[in-house]
Design a protein around this ligand. Structure first.
Ligand code: NAD
Length: 268
């Protein structure tokens, strides 16, 4: 899986073909969409229009385990078929459970269906998103299939230190959503600006480099061509220990702050 990918949340379906096309042209090879983003069809058109061989691309989508009360095998398989159809693909590289919704207590049943999907080869790998340490341990205890990835909110203001240690222990790759903190206050924090000035790079590049150097997979989103290119251009410089320490102070201890919902209470 490429360590840097392109996220398409909030890209309208009508724009997704063009935006995904721009990202693939700029050099991205990994695209992160989801059923609930409503842009799998446009994303699929962008992929098809790129003319790139399928095996050079890494496509992720996610199960929106929302509309029914409690999810069963059949709901999952039907949703997965619908996603493949919209994308115009006969397999995805990664299929994720979008949210654990622990209050519904059905992610184990969903994961059984994910085991089947993985077995069929129609998803080359399966994983989860927004799972907490207890959810991951429960899956580990109940299933022989370890999630390949847990995609979670992660950036210097919310570094997920405890969760990353659990991932390392269980052999799960960490993928960061909102890796730029959604382009909000994180990018204007003095610590970020100072490190950016030191390297002659943008704030976004410094934050993405922080992810890369820690072995985290990041999927920044932009619809602006110059930023799409800028966000991928983070392999030609290196942060030193002092830079990393300065960025680490932003989310240390009680300063850690989420932007998005808390998986413990979020029910799609
Ligand atoms: P992000 O951290 O990638 O920030 C994107 C925003 O930052 C852009 O809209 C723009 O305003 C700004 N930006 C982008 N590049 C910039 C640059 N170079 N300079 C300055 N500003 C810049 O936030 P995101 O879109 O929330 O997250 C990225 C992807 O993560 C999504 O597109 C989606 O694929 C995924 N995601 C997944 C979940 C989940 O529950 N699994 C939740 C949210 C997002």
């Amino acid at each position: 899986m490429p360590q840097l990918g392109f996220g398409v949340w909030q890209v309208p379906d009508a724009d997704a073909e063009r935006t995904v096309g721009l990202a693939l042209e700029a050099g991205y090879r990994s695209i992160d969409t989801a059923s609930v983003y409503g842009n799998e069809a446009g994303t699929g058109k962008g992929i098809a229009g790129s003319g790139l061989p399928r095996e050079e691309l890494f496509v992720t989508t996610k199960l929106w385990n929302g509309p029914s009360e409690t999810w069963q095998r059949d709901n999952v398989l039907r949703e997965f078929d619908a996603s493949l159809e919209k994308l115009g693909l006969d397999y995805v590289d990664l299929y994720l459970i979008h949210w654990p919704r622990p209050m519904r207590d059905d992610y184990l049943a969903i994961w059984r269906a994910f085991e089947e999907i993985a077995e069929s080869g129609r998803a080359k790998a399966v994983g989860v998103s927004n799972f907490r340490p207890a959810d991951l341990r429960r899956l580990r205890a109940e299933s022989p299939l370890v999630p390949a990835v847990n995609q979670v909110e992660l950036h210097p203001l919310f570094p997920q230190t405890e969760l990353r240690a659990v991932h390392a222990e269980l052999g799960i790759a960490t993928e960061a959503w909102s890796p730029l903190g959604q382009g909000k206050e994180l990018l204007t924090r003095p610590a970020v600006e100072t490190v950016a000035a030191k390297h002659g790079r943008s704030a976004a590049q410094v934050v993405l480099r922080w992810h890369v150097q820690q072995g985290v997979i990041a999927i920044p989103k932009s619809v602006t061509p110059s930023r799409i290119a800028e966000n991928l251009d983070v392999f030609g410089f290196e942060l030193d220990g002092e830079d990393i320490a300065a960025l680490d102070t932003l989310g240390a201890g009680p300063d850690a702050r989420r932007i998005g919902p808390d998986p413990a209470v979020f029910d799609v």
